[in-house]
Ligand binder design. Structure first.
Ligand SMILES: [Zn+2]
Length: 147
């Protein structure tokens, strides 16, 4: 008969337990993305200038490699779907409520879609990089991030 106490799993050993940082909330991540800051240090800017749509090669503060995480056209595709779902019903409702010439619809909704797309592209790219850093930290290999 075995009377030895079972060995607890390693994760429940209080000596080997490491304190886990609380995961940032959705709102914190969104604010971070709107500011366009590095997901690790939250100080360095992801984009060099306000016109850039590609991230810097590395964060100027913590040297996190950001350049290889350019998510390309992914955010643009999300925006097409999101803005399409938002703008097309607005156009249909406006057409139903008001008598608007067709050329005004073309100018109004195309212009609105372009403005919103340009305004939302960088924050969405920044948001996706931040999510990538949080959920797939191993893809940032080469960094000295312990997570
Ligand atoms: Zn950084």
């Amino acid at each position: 008969m075995n009377t030895a106490a079972p060995i607890p799993p390693e994760s429940s050993n209080p000596e080997s337990a490491q304190p886990e940082a609380a995961a940032p909330s959705f709102f914190q991540t969104l604010c971070q993305a709107l500011r366009g800051v590095c997901p690790r240090c939250k100080q360095g800017k992801i984009f060099e200038t306000w016109r850039d749509l590609s991230p810097r090669e590395t964060c100027p503060v913590c040297a996190l490699p950001l350049g290889k995480h350019d998510n390309g056209d992914g955010p643009a595709v999300f925006l097409i779907f999101i803005l399409g779902v938002a703008i097309v019903p607005l156009a249909l409702i406006a057409d139903r409520l008001f008598t608007i010439p067709l050329w005004v619809h073309g100018v109004l909704w195309t212009g609105l879609a372009l403005i919103l797309c340009v305004a939302m592209l960088r924050p969405l790219k920044s948001y996706i990089i931040t999510l990538q850093y949080r959920h797939l930290p191993r893809t940032f290999e080469g960094s000295d991030d312990p997570s």
